[in-house]
Structure formats: structure tokens, C-alpha cells
Design a protein around this ligand. Structure first.
Ligand code: SF4
Ligand code: SF4
Length: 174
């Protein structure tokens, strides 16, 4: 397995352990597959490294033709934010089911969302933050370190670019 791909798997596992521990500690924790509020209100397209893009692209290529075509059209014209300002709907969100169409291959930034915090604050929606506050749990939650995991990802897998950038520069290394 190429080193970058195996490094990505190690980071995935690290995030998966942290989020599973949080869900075990707090049974009310709302993040789960199919809860797509955060995928519908993005500030920008997910930024991913080359190794993540390679995995994502393989998952997109395995989707039914209609889904592939829709994703290709959005990314090909510059991404979800190209035509309208404001919060973005991720092009990889399947509108009929409200689920991520590439959930098993989703980027690390999507895996940490809801469970990690960085210098810019907690990365989670109000459901998570208000849920913690209502239960008086905000001080006992052990948030993962977003800055550290993004630093490790960048060191191991190179620079992160938007989904549409990778789509439109298939031969670039990033
Ligand atoms: S961050 Fe919020 S919207 Fe996203 S999965 Fe968690 S609870 Fe759902
Ligand atoms: S890649 Fe999937 S999990 Fe990430 S924002 Fe898009 S739809 Fe949501």
C-alpha cells in the first residue's frame, strides 16, 4: 500500500476511535450517517488531499451513472459555490436519501466534524453544542484536536484542495 494511503488509513482510524469514544461517553450524541445538516450548510467545499481525492474519486466512479453525471457537472463548472453565494450543499450529498453518496470514502474533515475543535473553535453544529450545554456536558467532552490532525494530514498527504479543483486538475499532485 503506498505510504500516503496507509497514512490516511491511520488518521481515519485515529478519528474513528475518538468519535466512537465520544459517542460511547454520551449516548445522546447526534452525529451519525444520514444526519446531513452539516453537509447542506458548508462554508466552502470540503478541502481534501491527493490521497483523499484518489479514494473519493474511486467511490464516485462506482456510483450509478446518473449520480456520477450530476456530480461531474457540478464539479466541472467550478463546484457547489460557483453559481450562488451563501452556504453550500456538498455536491457529494445524495439529495433523495439525504446521505453522503461516498460515506465510506468521505474526507477526514467530514469525519472530524462534530467531534473535533481547533484554534477557531468547536467544529460542530448547534445540535451538538446545544446538546452538550443543555446536559451540562460541555466541560467534560474531550474534543479531538483538529489543528493537530490537519497538520498530520498535510505532512503525510500533502496540500488540501477543493473537490472541484481536483476534478478539474486530474493530473496535478496538488
Ligand atoms: S455535526 Fe450536526 S448536522 Fe453534522 S452529523 Fe453531527 S449532528 Fe448531524
Ligand atoms: S463528502 Fe459526504 S460527509 Fe463530506 S460534506 Fe460531502 S456529503 Fe457530507
Amino acid at each position: 500500500m503506498p505510504r500516503r494511503v496507509s497514512s490516511l488509513h491511520i488518521l481515519d482510524k485515529q478519528v474513528s476511535r475518538r468519535s466512537a469514544q465520544t459517542q460511547a461517553d454520551f449516548s445522546w450524541w447526534p452525529c451519525r450517517s444520514g444526519c446531513a445538516g452539516c453537509c447542506e450548510t458548508l462554508a466552502e467545499e470540503p478541502q481534501v488531499t491527493r490521497a483523499e481525492w484518489t479514494r473519493l474519486k474511486r467511490a464516485v466512479d462506482a456510483l450509478p451513472e446518473s449520480a456520477r453525471g450530476r456530480i461531474g457537472r457540478v464539479l466541472g463548472r467550478g463546484g457547489a459555490g460557483a453559481s450562488s453565494p451563501g452556504p453550500l450543499v456538498c455536491p457529494l450529498l445524495e439529495s433523495s436519501s439525504g446521505r453522503c453518496s461516498v460515506y465510506a470514502a468521505r474526507p477526514l474533515t467530514c469525519r472530524t466534524y462534530g467531534f473535533y475543535a481547533g484554534r477557531s473553535g468547536i467544529r460542530a453544529c448547534d445540535l451538538v453544542i446545544e446538546g452538550a450545554v443543555e446536559r451540562g456536558a460541555e466541560r467534560s467532552v474531550c474534543w479531538g484536536n483538529e489543528d493537530a490532525i490537519q497538520r498530520d494530514l498535510s505532512r503525510e498527504c500533502g496540500p488540501a484542495r477543493s473537490l472541484s479543483w481536483w476534478w478539474n486538475h486530474p493530473d496535478e499532485r496538488g
